[in-house]
Design a protein around this ligand. Structure first.
Ligand SMILES: NC(=O)c1ccc[n+]([C@@H]2O[C@H](COP(=O)([O-])OP(=O)(O)OC[C@H]3O[C@@H](n4cnc5c(N)ncnc54)[C@H](OP(=O)(O)O)[C@@H]3O)[C@@H](O)[C@H]2O)c1
Length: 236
């Protein structure tokens, strides 16, 4: 495992399973401090084990990104500490019914609350912590399913939530360029998690390794762009 050049503090949402858990594992193994956020820490057994194995370096916070009061509580708990990397990883695939003519609209609204409003709420909540970093970066987990350059007729709510996330974060990247905060979107590949399913092509380990390489290379010149699992820029 490659050690990072300098100690970093990384905040990860949805850190209890899937890509969030693997990102937490790899970051703490390379010497970073991890603020690992999970909706239900009591049920997050693997994350608890990581915290136990890395006392004081991986700290678990209870966080539901769709709940403003929950985000406020984590902000208060973290205080003025600098955050070098905010990883907006938490996400949902959306409701069972999300076809054009068979749509669960309440489920779509919730999908937006988690996938689109959640990351924007996190960015706003932790802006002072990011500004306190010498090299602040924000990585948003998105999906090629949200791109206009890809086809596909399924998962309308999910696609729309990620397309809106992409557009909102692209605008935020421009707004925050003067602060030298780098904000990028990343598609992690098709990954074998609960969301990706057992038939997916990438392991969480390989996907997270690629995402960390992207974070290491992220700077303001790359801000406001979308990247694929190989680190290459991808059209919207
Ligand atoms: N897997 C893929 O193939 C793939 C492809 C493209 C993009 N992505 C994106 O990559 C990210 C991670 O996906 P994954 O495959 O690791 O998914 P996953 O295994 O389903 O895990 C999703 C994570 O998000 C958390 N989460 C959901 N709603 C939340 C909320 N309101 N507040 C806080 N946390 C919440 C979950 O927590 P709970 O355990 O509490 O539910 C869980 O930790 C997502 O943004 C996803 O859209 C994944």
């Amino acid at each position: 495992m490659v050690k990072s050049a300098e100690p970093q503090t990384i905040l990860i949402t949805g850190a209890n399973r899937g890509l969030g858990l693997e990102l937490s594992r790899q970051f703490v193994a390379r010497g970073s401090d991890v603020l690992a956020c999970a909706r239900n820490p009591a049920a997050a057994k693997e994350l608890q084990k990581l915290a136990h194995d890395h006392p004081g370096r991986l700290v678990i916070h209870a966080l539901d990104v769709a709940e403003p009061a929950s985000v406020d509580r984590v902000r208060s708990a973290i205080g003025a500490r600098a955050i070098d990397v905010l990883i907006n990883n938490a996400g949902v695939i959306g409701p069972d019914r999300q076809g054009a003519l068979d749509m669960d609209f309440a489920g779509w609204a919730y999908t937006f609350a988690v996938n689109t409003l959640g990351p924007m709420r996190m960015l706003k909540a932790f802006i002072a912590n990011l500004r306190a970093s010498a090299r602040p970066r924000v990585l948003n987990l998105t999906s090629f399913m949200g791109c206009f350059s890809t086809d596909g007729a399924d998962h309308i709510a999910y696609r729309a939530s990620k397309a809106a996330l992409n557009r909102a974060m692209k605008a935020a990247a421009a707004e925050l360029a003067a602060d030298r905060i780098a904000i990028a979107m990343a598609h992690p590949g098709w990954v074998r998690t609960a969301m990706g399913g057992p038939g997916a092509t990438l392991s969480p380990r390989d996907s997270a390794t690629g995402l960390i390489a992207l974070i290491d290379a992220l700077d303001v010149e790359k801000s406001g762009r979308l990247f694929g699992p190989d680190g290459a820029e991808h059209p919207w």
